[in-house]
Design a protein around this ligand. Structure first.
Ligand SMILES: [Zn+2]
Length: 120
């Protein structure tokens, strides 16, 4: 369906994206499993906290959660795409099972749906 050259190129892009995502995540989260990262909670003993500092830390933690979640979803999509390359099913729309256009895959190597299905 796609030439091997195209797939190889996409794979390089995906692996680079994966590396960057893992790097961003590792700044504030620790890897639990391949697709699951835990945001690090500020690690300070309770008796060393003054109440004001503690409130700031909780706020920071809460701010990081959506960021972690977004990166984690992206990372999962990238890992799924890499799995699909291994299985030879890369670039198939998960809704209509037709090939996703090359232009779309070039713009977004971890796309899961074709342009027709994306907004449904
Ligand atoms: Zn589709």
């Amino acid at each position: 369906m796609f030439e091997q050259d195209f797939i190889d190129n996409q794979k390089i892009k995906l692996e680079k994206e994966k590396e960057e995502l893992e790097k961003s995540l590792s700044d504030f989260a620790s890897k639990e499993t391949e697709n699951n990262w835990e945001t690090k909670y500020p690690d300070i003993a309770p008796d060393e906290r003054d109440p004001e500092d503690s409130a700031d830390e909780v706020e920071e933690y809460v701010d990081l959660l959506p960021q972690e979640y977004t990166l984690e979803i992206k990372l999962k999509n990238v890992n799924d795409a890499l799995d699909n390359i291994k299985e030879g099913t890369y670039g198939i729309c998960e809704s209509c099972k037709r090939p996703i256009s090359k232009e779309r895959l070039e713009a977004n190597p971890s796309a899961k749906k074709c342009i027709e299905c994306i907004d449904l």
